[in-house]
Design a protein around this ligand. Structure first.
Ligand code: ADP
Length: 447
């Protein structure tokens, strides 16, 4: 086992990783920008190294500074968290080239899944069903027209290098296709320096359902069931549940088996998530994330597993030590992402937290790096906390989440807590009847 790990991230996830390390008896090194000198993960870590000015590209994305910090402190492994360098294959490779362990999959698998076209063709070869669309990259607008005519409008033009919903454009009819094609490519070129695009049928009422996977270095792969992440605004998830209100245990087992077989054939190691659109009883793979996800806690609650601990153990070369039949699912979990944003306009709202009082009680978990007097810096993601509840049934989990949201006090800055309250009260949400389009419509309605 490692004796010291460097955490190449900030905010709640840095703290989450730190907590897992503490429980494993592993020393921690925090790295931080000058804007994060007072951050909780910096205060709690055994050692802290300042790696640059506030802008992410100069600090949390500064590979040379992070590697220097690891060398100076004698860290043996680096946990990248999510975002920042977590899906950067060059970073993973550089870390390993310096004789350190990257806590995640191989650079080869990160690269493969980072290109969504390669990801889709790989998964197809391994027997995973896809969204109908182009066979790989589109070489011309004419080819896009042919494929669109075949699969039927509306269609989506998506960037091979896409992420965070960027480089993705819908064409409702044949008349929109040229614009969608041009705009998706221009956006992809500007955002990722790569204008390769592909085409998918635009599904009109799917749910976003993803599967949590873990693999060891010896070909053993298991899944920890699904998360329903359909509640999204601008392709950003806001509320997640485990399990999905739309799936039966048999459907979960079936897709789980397909996914674990595929990843075992690939020799995939460490944590990963396969994302699917699910409609009319069909799963269609859209992409794979080769890292820990923001919403991993809902899985932890229903499976009684510490996924970060597992990541660290597996990266240290330990075997999984259990098989699929040892994994069971108990109760229901919901996560609300608490963003420092105006709950109506979604304008980011950084500033000083005048009062912070998190909820508590049975089945309530808060993953956050906030404290009273903390200044939320304007330079990073607006998510400041995750409120997670676990209860025997979905109905009880909803009641518990409502109770916890009512207890949650964050003063001095605006948050989306009022929006979560409204969602939890909604009869359609309560019945579990929602698709990926539901939240956009809900937030557009006057209230
Ligand atoms: P990104 O990596 O940018 O997040 P994804 O491929 O994961 O892109 O898609 C993000 C979201 O966009 C999905 O969760 C879903 O809501 C929507 N989406 C993606 N592909 C389709 C599709 N073919 N039809 C309808 N919605 C889609």
């Amino acid at each position: 086992m490692f004796s010291k790990i460097l955490i190449a991230n900030r905010g709640e996830i840095a703290l989450r990783i730190l907590r897992a390390c503490r429980e494993l008896g592993i020393k921690t090194v925090a790295v931080h920008s000058t804007a994060d000198e007072d951050a909780m993960h910096v205060r709690l870590a055994d050692e802290a190294v300042c790696i640059g000015p506030p802008a992410s590209r100069d600090s949390y994305l500064n590979v040379a500074a992070i590697l220097s910090a690891a060398t100076i402190t004698g860290a043996e492994a680096i946990h990248p968290g999510y975002g920042f360098l977590s899906e950067n294959a060059d970073f993973a490779e550089t870390v390993e080239a310096h004789g350190l362990t990257f806590i995640g999959p191989t650079a080869e698998h990160i690269r493969m899944m980072g290109d969504k076209i390669t990801a889709k063709t790989t998964m197809q070869m391994l027997g995973v069903p896809l969204v109908p669309g182009s066979d790989g990259e589109l070489t011309s607008l004419e080819e896009a027209r042919e494929v669109a005519d075949k699969v039927g409008y509306p269609v989506l033009i998506k960037a091979a290098a896409g992420g965070g919903g960027r480089g993705m454009k819908v064409a409702q009819t044949a008349g929109d296709l040229e614009d969608a094609w041009k705009m998706a490519r221009a956006e992809a070129r500007a955002a990722f320096g790569n204008d390769a695009v592909y085409l998918e049928k635009y599904m009109d009422r799917p749910r976003h359902i993803e599967l949590q996977i873990l693999g060891d270095n010896y070909g053993n792969v298991v899944h920890f069931g699904e998360r329903d992440c359909s509640l999204q605004r601008r392709h950003q998830k806001l509320l997640e549940e485990a399990g999905s209100p739309a799936l039966t245990a048999e459907q979960r087992d079936a897709i789980g088996q397909t996914a674990t077989q595929a990843l075992s054939k690939m020799g995939y190691r460490n944590a990963g998530t396969l994302e699917f659109l699910y409609q009319d009883g069909q799963f269609c793979f859209i992409e794979m994330n080769t890292r820990l996800q923001v919403e991993h806690p809902v899985t932890e609650m229903v499976c009684d597993v510490d996924l970060v601990r597992e990541q660290i153990r597996l990266a240290a070369g330990e075997q999984l030590g259990y098989t699929q039949k040892d994994i069971s699912f108990s109760g229901h979990a919901i996560e609300c992402r608490i963003n420092a944003e105006d709950p109506d306009s979604f304008t980011p709202c950084p500033g000083t937290v005048a009062v912070y009082h998190p909820p508590g009680g049975l089945g309530v978990r808060v993953d956050s790096a906030l404290y009273t007097g903390y200044r939320v810096p304007p330079f990073y993601d607006s998510m400041i906390a995750k409120l997670i509840v676990h209860a025997p049934t979905r109905e009880q989990a909803i009641a518990r989440m409502q109770r916890a949201l009512d207890e949650f006090v964050v003063e001095g800055i605006k948050t989306v807590i009022p929006l979560h309250r409204r969602i939890l009260e909604d009869p359609e949400f309560q019945k579990g009847e929602y698709t990926i389009h539901w939240l956009e419509q809900f937030t557009a309605k006057p209230h």
